[in-house]
Ligand binder design. Structure first.
Ligand code: ZN
Length: 227
């Protein structure tokens, strides 16, 4: 299994390349680029929120709590007075750290359902929908944000599988195949729930035409950059 530093460095590099390419499409601003980069990097750390290692769990859950606080604060800023905003953020953070994370730790096992492609897709879809519906960002930006979040997540799963190969003897460790999977046979109920949540999120995506358009712009930009 790759360690925290390896996951962070790799996710930061891969999502940085994606975010910079996205900037060259002309669809986003420099600040958008930084947000997309940060989301991809965070996506590369998120799978280990199911970790039994307390340091990894603390870092990942603290980062997630910070993102929730910033997102919620930003969303409420123009809707409620400052005192209400601060009270709501505090309540949500207490609930998140005191109830959600312990519950999540209880129902998940490391390298279980949360280390899967369906979890990566769910993360990407949720980010796209939050950005588009709650923060009223453009469909292009929302898809770029979700795409890079998903890329960061999947990069983590790839790294875990690569580190499950013993390069000296070319033998596979027991953990091989437990990260890059679509379905966890040891926990079919949670696997079904993840796929059902993915289906719900797909329903709310901002349409496939903007996704098709942004992907073709990304490919065109990459082709021009390499040519
Ligand atoms: Zn992992």
């Amino acid at each position: 299994m790759a360690d925290f530093r390896t996951h962070f460095t790799t996710a930061c590099t891969v999502s940085g390349i994606f975010a910079t390419t996205a900037l060259y499409t002309g669809e986003i601003t420099l600040i958008d680029t930084v947000l997309i980069w940060g989301t991809g990097t965070f996506g590369g750390l998120l799978p280990d929120i199911d970790s039994d290692n307390s340091i990894t769990l603390t870092i990942t859950s603290t980062l997630l709590a910070a993102i929730i606080a910033i997102g919620l604060g930003g969303y409420l800023a123009s809707r409620v007075p400052l005192a209400h905003n601060l009270a709501l953020i505090t309540a949500v953070l207490w609930f998140f750290r005191g109830a959600v994370i312990p519950f999540f730790a209880r129902i998940t096992v490391h390298r279980g359902n949360w280390h899967s492609l369906s979890a990566a897709f769910l993360f990407a879809f949720c980010i796209t929908n939050c950005s588009y519906h709650f923060f009223e960002k453009t469909a292009s930006f929302s898809f770029l944000l979700g795409l890079n979040g998903g890329i960061g997540f999947i990069t983590h799963l790839f790294l875990d599988e690569i580190f499950a190969i013993n390069l000296a003897s070319l033998k596979l460790k027991r953990s091989f195949g437990t990260a890059l999977k679509l379905w966890d046979f040891s926990s079919p109920c949670l696997s079904t729930l993840l796929l059902a949540l993915c289906a719900v999120q797909i329903y709310y995506l901002p349409g496939f035409q903007p996704l098709e358009s942004i992907i073709s712009k990304l490919l065109e930009t990459t082709k021009m950059g390499l040519g």
